[in-house]
Ligand binder design. Structure first.
Ligand SMILES: Cc1ncc(COP(=O)(O)O)c(C=O)c1O
Length: 391
């Protein structure tokens, strides 16, 4: 038969690189919240604006013509500001020239770190429940995700299980403290134990510290950068979006020893190449005043306490919230519906959106727990609490 010469409007089918990925629960719940006019305490972002001085600093950079490509690793003033902040808070001095890279949010930093470190067939340990980008990122690198649960009930790291999961194939481990979604914070003893556990291995620690400035009740954030042994094997990742209430700007950074940074930058260079220039200059100017990040624990602790005082009057049982801007609740006194079902019901029938904790587990583990985000205006929290009091 002659090959057909008629044009074909058929899109070739491709084999999915991420066959198990669908629409995330965050998108689903946010859409449902909008559709139903519910108070959205689901997705983790502030509903209040950032400091106008930060916007002005960015506008000023634009007016000054800082609108072209910056250096691949980020503008030097911002890398220096990050190095200064990390040294002041955690006592580890990263070289801004060779050890700090400005990224398109923490999300891109995590992907670049994984692509730089993980080869096909390598194992990566993640602690469930965990942020939803880790596993698809590992999959894109051809790696194998090894899920180790945090201790049910307390969400503390279970070092026996972590130790048992280490194998000669373990290439990396991802730790997130302060932790989304459980709002737990790793202690100095936890980090010391982690350092001991990894000492005989060549495992790279990918330390997701996007909530580093949201630790409450006088506790301090235990960055991997504080622990010399861990710092030598870690890619420490943070996010300006979380710290300065500008999640939509998508600017973050990765700090790592020069040898790791060199590999990280190879991926970064051919992934995004650079991150938008005026935001970087604006952030550098704004960061010069340390009060802007040092004031964050008090700012969010007040909101947490306000939210918890209201929750205490409901039938929801609060879990501790030691850090982040999340508050988890056990709703088993209200209903025994599964978590996703409960969150849909809460959004549709009661007008408050939340996220089921099962969404953060690879196996959808159910505990009758939902996560609220309290990075909201006081009046938003008050409205949500009024509705939750009727449960
Ligand atoms: C644990 C964790 N890591 C990373 C991110 C992503 O941060 P960014 O918005 O800077 O990409 C988030 C955002 O929700 C998060 O909760």
């Amino acid at each position: 038969m002659n090959p057909t010469t008629a044009p074909s409007l058929r899109t070739p089918t491709i084999e999915s690189r991420l066959p198990r990925v669908g629409t995330t629960i965050f998108t689903v719940m946010s859409a449902l919240a909008t559709e139903r006019g519910a108070v959205n305490l689901g997705q983790g972002f502030p509903d209040f604006d950032c400091d106008p001085r930060l916007v002005e600093a960015v506008a000023e950079a634009m007016r000054h013509g800082l609108n072209q490509y910056p250096p691949m690793a980020g503008v030097p003033v911002l890398r220096e500001a990050v190095a200064g902040k990390v040294a002041a808070l955690y006592g580890h001095r990263y070289d801004p020239g060779t050890e700090i890279t400005i990224t398109a949010g923490a999300t891109q930093a995590i992907l670049s770190a994984i692509l730089a470190v993980v080869h096909p067939g390598d194992e990566v340990i993640v602690l469930d429940p965990c942020y939803d980008s880790y596993e698809p990122n590992i999959e894109l690198a051809g790696g194998i995700t090894v899920h180790v649960p945090l201790t049910p009930g307390t969400f503390r790291p279970d070092f026996e299980r972590i130790a048992a999961s280490l194998s000669p194939r373990t290439r990396a481990m991802i730790v997130n403290t302060p932790h989304n979604p459980s709002a737990t914070v790793w202690s100095e003893a936890d980090m010391t134990r982690l350092a001991e556990l990894l000492r005989p291995t060549d495992v790279i620690l990918i330390s997701d510290e996007v909530y580093e400035h949201m630790v409450f009740d006088g506790a301090s954030h235990q960055s991997a950068a504080r622990f010399p042994e861990l710092a030598e094997r870690s890619i420490v990742i943070s996010s300006f979006g979380k710290t300065y209430h500008v999640t939509g700007w998508k600017v973050g950074y990765a700090a790592a020893p020069a040898a790791l940074t060199a590999e990280f930058r190879k991926v970064h260079q051919f992934n995004v190449f650079t991150v938008n220039t005026p935001m970087q200059h604006g952030l550098a100017t704004y960061m010069a005043n340390a009060a802007h990040h040092l004031g964050l624990p008090a700012f969010y602790q007040r909101k947490r306490d306000l939210f918890r005082a209201g929750l205490a009057k409901t039938r929801l049982q609060m879990l501790p919230s030691q850090g982040t801007y999340f508050q988890c609740v056990d709703y088993s006194a209200v209903t025994d519906r599964p978590e996703e079902d409960f969150c849909r019901w809460l959004t549709i029938e009661k007008g408050v959106a939340a996220i089921p904790l099962s969404a953060f587990y690879a196996d959808g583990y159910e505990q009758r727990i939902a996560r609220f985000c309290f990075a909201k205006k006081d009046e938003t929290l008050a409205l949500a609490l009024e509705r939750l009091a009727q449960l």
